[in-house]
Design a protein around this ligand. Structure first.
Ligand code: XMP
Length: 542
């Protein structure tokens, strides 16, 4: 296992991800963790980046004992500065802060070789920098193994110990050789090449089919074991890939003792509740109840324009409706038990589709990063029922969940579906939400996605959706002047939605979409295309 100590960088979870891509299990812990609290013996330690400066009054620091362990250490960005700060180097503010691409030149030793960290990667590497501080003096006993034009100490290695530091971020996809650098560190340096690292793999965490099948088998057995022969599990499903995969796993494990609940909040996509019902109930055989609570949601949303207020209302109403439905299931279970009926037992568990990035988010070191939007979740739900949580996906990344979905015979169009936010169309209707506005947006969005699929572009796009603007524009239809609303189309490419770029459609596809929306959707006479990247924009408009 590789231990990643997190200093609060927005990229920390990506380091874990890259390790797993090398089939090596890595655990992320807050940088303030004391070594005696680490429950395993790490084979290597990676120190992450951070929004702090090492000399800040409240900056986080690592347990100095890590440098005495004799275990290989790799410091990334702040991690490098932390090594310098601990071992006698100096760090100072850069004259020019560096954000974005840089070229790093690797140092050649006398015999023409490069350091083990950069083995097989050539003399020059394109890397991604994101820092305001850098080393002005390396610590004693370290030598330079790479530099850039503005950073003479961009990569360092200790003269005799396996301690390395790099200023760039190998974990982001904008550093094309970054994964290989991490691979060199974990496979060659930490696991010492000859080590059969296959034995260190937590099998289900890697991406090959054989391990996914093993994961499914093991997880089903685990669910059966922890749920026992009696007792029911309830869980919310949305039609998204995570909740569908989690529901299917539960169904495979305990059949009808699992009750899925889908809440129709009135701001879903066109015909979505019906489609989810068909998919889960009919196709996957999951025991599902669809609750149409659209009137309640829409009445609570009436007149509300503030996006955070919309999120709050939808989050809270969701909890109310879900709790009501859960108590109905519990009441039915109780009645059945009283009658001495079939012994499925009472509701004891709540299924959650938590993924590893959410787990990391809750355990990682909290730096000063600001909350940009509150993405609502089903946290703190059903306190009174004292349900135990069951989270079959908590060790998986999204693409691993998709892979499981394929193995579980969930259709490809669902497995590859773009993410859809919990607050749904309410945050894509920029003005107040009502049935008429929902109807307009549903129709426009449906045409948009339909044409994207027909053009064969759906899988090249990470997320595409329509947005309904609360402004009216003048148009002409027949000989009539019209005064109608505007639809904005958004389509982005992104690895992880932390950064995103707009998708360059072939013009004829946009032409067709625009023509269909303005002709088929009453109330719209104008269509625009959003060409903003994230940052500075976000993916959603609200
Ligand atoms: P932003 O707009 O923050 O979106 O760039 C990044 C990703 O998050 C999704 N998103 C949400 N998901 N509840 C959710 O479940 C929300 O309130 C929410 N807001 C944004 C967004 O669709 C994109 O995939």
């Amino acid at each position: 296992t590789i231990l990643i100590l997190d200093f609060g960088s927005q990229y920390s979870h990506l380091i874990t991800r890259r390790c797993r891509e090398h089939n090596v299990y890595a655990e992320l812990m807050p940088c303030t963790t004391k070594l005696e609290d680490v429950h395993f013996q790490p084979k290597g330690i990676i120190l992450s980046g951070s929004p702090y400066s090492v000399y800040d009054k409240d900056s986080p620091h690592v347990d100095p004992a890590v440098f005495e362990l004799g275990v290989p250490i790799l410091g990334i960005c702040y991690g490098l500065q932390e090594i310098a700060w601990n071992l006698g180097g100096t760090v100072s503010k850069c004259e020019h802060r560096e954000y974005g691409p840089a070229d790093i030149t690797t140092s050649k030793f006398g015999n023409g070789s490069v350091d083990a960290l950069f083995k097989g990667l050539g003399d020059e590497m394109k890397v991604w920098m994101s820092h305001g501080d850098q080393l002005s003096n390396p610590p004693p006993d370290f030598h330079v193994i790479g530099h850039t034009k503005s950073a003479p100490y961009a990569a360092l290695a200790h003269n005799s110990k396996p301690i390395y530091g790099i200023q760039f971020h190998p974990e982001v996809t904008h550093s094309p050789t970054g994964k290989a650098v991490i691979g060199n560190f974990i496979l060659d340096i930490s696991l010492d090449n000859g080590t059969p690292y296959i034995s260190l793999i937590v099998p289900y965490l890697c991406l090959t089919t054989i391990f996914q099948e093993e994961f499914i088998g093991k997880e089903i057995a685990r669910i059966r074991e922890i749920c026992g022969p009696k007792g029911r599990v309830i869980g919310a499903v949305s039609g998204g890939v995570d909740s569908t995969v989690a529901a299917k796993l539960m169904h495979e494990a305990i059949g009808d003792r699992f009750h899925a609940i889908m809440v129709d909040n009135g701001v879903l996509r066109l015909n979505e509740a019906k489609q989810v019902d068909e998919m889960l109930n009919k196709h996957l055989g999951v025991n599902l109840t669809v609750v149409d609570a659209s009137d309640l949601f829409l009445s609570r949303l009436e007149g509300v324009e503030d996006p955070e207020q919309k999120r709050k209302i939808i989050g809270n109403t969701f909890i109310n409706v879900f709790e009501d439905e859960a108590s109905k299931i519990e009441a039915a279970a109780e009645a059945e038990e009283a009658k001495g009926g079939e012994a499925k037992g009472r509701v004891e568990w709540l299924l959650q589709g938590t993924l590893y990035p959410d787990v990391i988010e809750s355990i990682s070191f909290k730096g000063p990063s600001a909350t940009i939007k509150t993405h609502h979740n089903v946290g703190g739900l059903l306190k009174d029922m004292k349900l135990k949580l069951i989270e079959p996906l908590r060790e998986l990344f999204k693409d691993e969940v998709r892979a499981l979905g394929r193995l579980l015979s969930i259709p490809a169009h669902l497995v590859g579906r773009h993410p859809f936010p919990g607050p749904g169309l309410a945050i894509r209707i920029l003005g107040p939400v009502n049935r008429e506005q929902v109807r307009i947006l549903q129709l426009a969005d449906n045409i948009y996605i339909d044409e994207i699929r027909k053009a064969g572009l759906y899988d090249q796009i990470a997320q595409a959706f329509a947005v309904l603007l609360p402004v009216k524009a003048v148009g002409v239809m027949g000989d009539q002047r019209t005064y109608e609303q505007v639809i904005a189309l958004r389509a982005v490419q992104s690895e992880d939605f932390m950064t995103a770029d707009w998708f360059a459609f072939p013009p004829e596809v946009l032409r067709k979409i625009s023509s269909r929306i303005t002709n088929e959707v009453v109330g719209i006479n104008r269509v625009t295309y959003d060409i903003s990247s994230k940052p500075p924009a976000t993916v959603e408009w609200l």
